[in-house]
Design a protein around this ligand. Structure first.
Ligand code: SF4
Length: 693
């Protein structure tokens, strides 16, 4: 019996209260100056806010209640939830927003906590099945030898070698094959193409092993995609991790609603169609070569998929910009192209049906085709009259990529499924992040997540922001809508970047602005005869660019949204963060547009309840890159004049860390001069840096 079960069943008894009290004292003691963590973790120091958060988490677990906790950068929130979770006992599910954090919790933080507490806890990590090699599909892909791209052939050699050596089968361990490589769908599985118990590799299957271990473990580290797949009953996990957990801890909880929208909606993609066709060709030729004209059937599907992509281009889609389906040039030739694609799938479905029983993998294609056709058909059944905005509960949109396209239905609210999931189970839920509030208020997040009225606590960062950082708002700046705004951003930032000798991130709120800002910076560097290394998003993948940034030491990195979050560059290596404008989501994005329309129809204020909180979350994440440790210092430069000219600017400034502020370029340049020694302390003249009114 777990500690939590025993506690719940005997609640109210003297022994139980004593036991809970004792464990609570152990949690508090672990965070003290001479406690278990200080003795085992290098650099650990006592932080009252961390200890308070740990006790709040412990109390929430003991009461199987809900806690929403915002903890500023440097609070040490991971330890603040792991310690009480380990000491409380029971089955714990920890969910991270990104795979990077998931790996860090499992590989570093959790083992460190267990060591420090001397706890013997069985821990496991579980990712979505597409992260693990599928032995069967790898074997069949090797046997088929049908890869025509040299890059795929090369990658397959690496993967084949990796499969013989790996214990986990987790593709993240194979650095030689990039995450986005086109070979991965051929050697990993989906729920639709996995043979399950009928597979000859079932007992040694990496997916099966990872799930079995996760089911048996005390603490399982997952990511939000897996957690939400479980919650949306997509059977992506098959393991029922969520129902069996006593405690659910969601880190980076600010990502939750965005990822939830993907899972609670439904969609299909051209990539899904072409992957299905590729599988049909391989399986058909391998197991029923005489059963159909497989190459002809698959060629028709590929051609029809290409025609759909073409119809989208003609209908006005732009690459990587979501477009509302009903805006697609009144849908032009797209519906006809999609109907033609469906007919090619019917032909394949018939061929597979006629060969039923010849091979298990071939049989699996049938439900897969049927399911895909069902989603496609449901997706395209647009009501003749557009429903009133207030009645809309979902929006259909299209995203065109290189050769492909995604067709998605996104619900406008995820509050209900979350509220239902919370009510159904007697679990403790802890949702935490550094950025959940808007001007210290939790309501927008709590309402969006369907948990209004839940206990919510916040702890400010322990850093001395007024001493360590300066917010520089240059003057004058034109409107962010001005034609040459990206070039003006570069011109305004250059003196600071030069004074700091690089060591800077320039964060743009749109991908479009990145090359323009970078180009102008390059011109300014060349003209001044003072070049600094310039790294521009798109030059390489994010991890490689960050490695290069750290290695170069004096670099300026220009990037968009993917560089605003989840990056931890400590010390003098990062001393300036420039933000071009407030990161409001584009109001013509179909999901944003539909939500605004719906909230207006409901008599609500979409700007204050939705647009501003979301922009603030991203802005605070971007700002959070600057000060990562007690000895870090630097300048945050925001070039959006709306911060001072609009009434909501006050709300935004009240939500940012309490940096000293200045409008003086000279002050900002002096503040970021490279330090001659590691810790000289701040120059005296900045203690009273000019306040921005
Ligand atoms: S059980 Fe499924 S995932 Fe595992 S090897 Fe077989 S087909 Fe692949």
């Amino acid at each position: 019996m777990s500690a939590i079960q025993s506690q719940s069943e005997n609640s109210g008894t003297r022994e139980n209260l004593d036991e809970v009290g004792q464990r609570r004292r152990t949690v508090a003691a672990a965070f003290s100056a001479g406690g278990a963590l200080a003795g085992a973790i290098a650099g650990f120091r006592e932080r009252p806010s961390q200890q308070q958060m740990a006790l709040a988490v412990f109390d929430t677990i003991a009461q199987r209640a809900t806690l929403v906790a915002e903890a500023g950068t440097g609070t040490g929130k991971t330890l603040a939830y792991l310690v009480p979770a380990v000491l409380a006992g029971g089955k714990v599910l920890v969910s991270a927003g990104t795979k990077t954090l998931q790996d860090q919790i499992f590989d570093k933080d959790l083992p460190a906590v267990c060591r420090a507490l001397g706890a013997r806890v069985d821990t496991a990590i579980l990712k979505g099945r597409q992260n693990y090699l599928c032995r069967l599909r790898l074997e069949r892909t090797l046997a088929a030898g049908m890869l025509d791209s040299p890059a795929d052939v090369h990658a397959l050699q690496h993967i084949s070698r990796f499969a013989r050596l790996t214990q986990s089968g987790d593709r993240a361990e194979l650095a030689q094959v990039p995450e986005g490589a086109s070979i991965w769908p051929a050697v990993t599985s989906t729920r639709e193409n996995c043979l399950g118990g009928e597979c000859q590799h079932f007992e040694s299957c990496f997916v099966v092993r990872a799930r079995r271990h996760a089911l048996a473990a005390d603490i399982v580290v997952v990511n939000h995609h897996l957690l939400l797949a479980d919650m949306a009953l997509r059977e992506e996990t098959d393991s029922e991790l969520l129902p069996n957990a006593d405690v659910v801890i969601v880190d980076e909880a600010h990502h939750l609603t965005k990822i939830a929208a993907e899972f609670f909606g439904e969609g299909w993609s051209l990539q899904q169609v072409t992957e299905l066709a590729a599988d049909a060709l391989r399986v058909g030729l391998q197991s029923a070569a005489d059963g159909a004209q497989w190459p002809d059937l698959v060629r028709s599907i590929d051609n029809a998929a290409r025609a759909v992509r073409l119809s989208l281009a003609e209908g006005g889609t732009t690459r990587r910009v979501r477009l509302a389906y009903d805006r697609l040039a009144a849908r032009g030739s797209a519906p006809a192209a999609i109907r033609a694609l469906d007919r090619t799938l019917v032909a394949l479905q018939d061929a597979v049906g006629q060969n039923h029983g010849r091979e298990a993998e071939l049989d699996l294609l049938l439900p897969r085709i049927q399911r895909l056709r069902q989603i496609m058909q449901a997706w395209h059944q647009v009501p003749p009259d557009r429903p009133a905005a207030a009645d809309l509960d979902a929006v259909r949109w299209i995203l065109a990529t290189g050769q492909g396209a995604q067709f998605q239905t996104t619900p406008l609210s995820c509050a209900e499924p979350f509220a239902r999931a919370r009510e159904q189970r007697q679990q403790a839920w802890i949702l935490t992040s550094a950025t959940l509030t808007t001007a210290q208020r939790f309501e927008p997040f709590l309402n969006e997540i369907g948990l209004p009225g839940s206990a919510a606590l916040r702890w400010d960062s322990p850093f001395d922001f007024a001493r360590q950082a300066l917010l520089y708002l240059p003057t004058p700046m034109p409107s962010p809508q001005a034609e040459h705004f990206p070039e003006l951003v570069a011109e305004a930032a250059w003196p600071i970047l030069r004074a700091s000798r690089g060591r800077a991130f320039v964060l743009c709120s749109t991908l479009r602005a990145v090359p323009r800002v970078a180009r102008r910076l390059r011109e300014l560097m060349d003209a001044s005869g003072d070049p600094l290394p310039l790294l521009v998003q798109g030059d390489d993948n994010r991890r490689a660019m960050l490695g290069e940034f750290r290695r170069l030491g004096e670099a300026v990195l220009v990037g968009s949204v993917s560089f605003w979050e989840g990056i931890d560059v400590r010390g003098d290596a990062l001393s300036v963060v420039v933000i071009d404008k407030l990161p409001f989501a584009p109001p013509d994005d179909p999901v944003v547009e539909a939500r605004i329309r719906q909230m207006k129809a409901q008599g609500r204020n979409p700007f204050y309840e939705y647009q501003l909180p979301h922009a603030l979350t991203l802005l605070r994440q971007g700002v959070g890159r600057l000060i990562r440790g007690d000895n870090d210092r630097g300048v945050l430069m925001i070039l959006d004049e709306r911060l001072l000219s609009r009434s909501y600017g006050k709300t935004i400034l009240a939500s940012l860390p309490p940096f000293s502020r200045t409008r003086s370029e000279a002050d900002a340049c002096a503040f970021v001069q490279p330090r001659p020694s590691p810790e000289p302390g701040p120059p005296e003249r900045f203690e009273g840096a000019e306040k921005v009114q």
